[in-house]
Ligand binder design. Structure first.
Ligand code: NIG
Ligand code: FE
Length: 387
């Protein structure tokens, strides 16, 4: 494999945890890649020679975004539901069932083509690692095939049979939890790394979520959780108690929830595309960071509550609406996203890490929030190769 040097970088974000600043910024930098990994970073003037050269033209280079929460395997859209919401109808978890009906009718080929399109959209916007959940199949067959489709695009696949109780089990949610923790888990586990549940009024309560996470753990799947999205609830504390890698949404938190997050080290993944698209109050990123909680950002890309694939949009919203600094938002979308997925070889550009990076058509990372809605990602590389 040939080596590659990216030189004339105006601002290189390394996320080096030993640096004095949060982002480990090097100005006037170069990045050298060998064997798909970062081999060297430093001042451009000191860079070793490489087989190929890319001139960054004084622009910024950042680690690729790590989108640790998405639901890309689905059919159809819910634009009419979105329009009704913007006219005053409230968001409810039950809308998930609309997408379940359409997803069950879709062929494997249709689902694969749709995920491919969304992953392509993400890469153009700088995402180099994506987690993809099931959760719109909700039968043994449809959950397993959703995960098999997702696996073609990422190793970070998550079994979310406990997304909502499907219509056919409406009268017997306990029987549905038995299905999820039994035959559905068995069929899903070979295609999944993670297990998740939607712990919320209208979806699953804490006991049900605990049963799903415990069964998943026994099958070798690590846990993550949707919690405290639509209102206060027990999910965040359950996630902290179980030592999950991440608990996602975290919109409605009391002081005990914040303390539990801080003490457990469970990553709080904030999903501002959801509050944008459901017209709900944003989670308070500043409060969490000031309390010492580890905060990640992700898109939650799905057809109901957040139909965006754009990490740059989430960064801009986190800065404008959640009182995070541009540096904190970029760190949360890269370095901490990797932590939320228990990955230590992505999310930073230090020697040994996978050479996943993006070139920004701007001099600094600040422009991601300063120039919202502008397609600033000029190129994305995964393992040192342009994608
Ligand atoms: O993360 N919260 C649960 N699941 C998705 C919403 C899915 C939908 O509305 O289709 C979410 O927001
Ligand atoms: Fe979600």
């Amino acid at each position: 494999m040939t080596s590659l040097a990216v030189g004339n970088i105006g601002e290189l974000v390394t996320n080096d945890p030993t640096a004095d600043d949060l982002l480990g910024i090097v100005q006037g930098a170069a990045l050298v890649v060998d064997g798909g990994r970062v081999a060297w970073t430093g001042l451009a003037a000191d860079a070793p020679a490489a087989d190929e050269y890319v001139d960054a033209g004084g622009r910024a280079v950042l680690p690729g975004f790590v989108d640790s929460h998405s639901h890309l395997v689905f059919a159809g859209d819910r634009a009419a539901e979105f329009a009704a919401r913007m006219a005053g109808t409230a968001y409810a978890a039950g809308g998930i069932r609309t997408t379940v009906a359409l997803t069950r009718q879709a062929t494997d080929e249709q689902l694969t083509a749709s995920v491919a399109g969304l992953v392509h959209e993400m890469r153009r916007q700088g995402t180099t690692t994506v987690e993809i959940k099931s959760g719109y199949g909700l039968t043994v067959h449809d959950e397993a095939r959703s995960l098999a489709v997702a696996r073609q695009f990422t190793d970070e696949t998550t079994f979310l049979g406990a997304h909502v109780v499907p219509e056919e089990y409406a009268d017997d949610p306990a029987a549905y939890v038995d299905l999820v923790t039994g035959p559905m888990l068995e069929a899903a586990a070979p295609h999944a790394r993670w297990v998740d549940a939607f712990c919320e009024r209208g979806a699953f309560d804490a006991d049900q979520a605990r049963a799903v996470l415990t069964a998943g753990d026994a099958s070798g799947l690590r846990g993550r959780l949707h919690a405290n999205q639509l209102g206060p609830g027990p999910g965040v504390q359950l996630a902290a108690e179980l030592g999950l890698a991440a608990v996602d949404h975290c919109t409605h938190l009391d002081d005990a929830d914040v303390t539990a997050l801080r003490d457990s080290g469970t990553v709080a993944t904030l999903l501002p595309g959801v509050e944008f698209s459901t017209r709900q109050p944003y989670p308070d990123g500043r409060r969490l960071l000031d309390a010492g909680v580890t905060v990640a950002l992700a898109t939650d890309c799905n057809p109901g509550s957040s139909y965006t694939s754009s990490m740059p949009l989430c960064i801009a919203l986190a800065v404008r609406e959640m009182r995070m600094t541009p540096a904190e938002a970029v760190h949360a979308a890269t370095y901490v996203g990797a932590r939320a997925l228990d990955l230590d070889d992505v999310g930073a550009l230090t020697p040994g890490k996978r050479a996943d990076f993006l070139l920004l058509d701007a001099p600094t990372h600040v422009h991601l929030a300063y120039r919202p809605g502008v397609p600033l990602v000029a190129g994305t590389w995964i393992g040192g190769r342009p994608v």
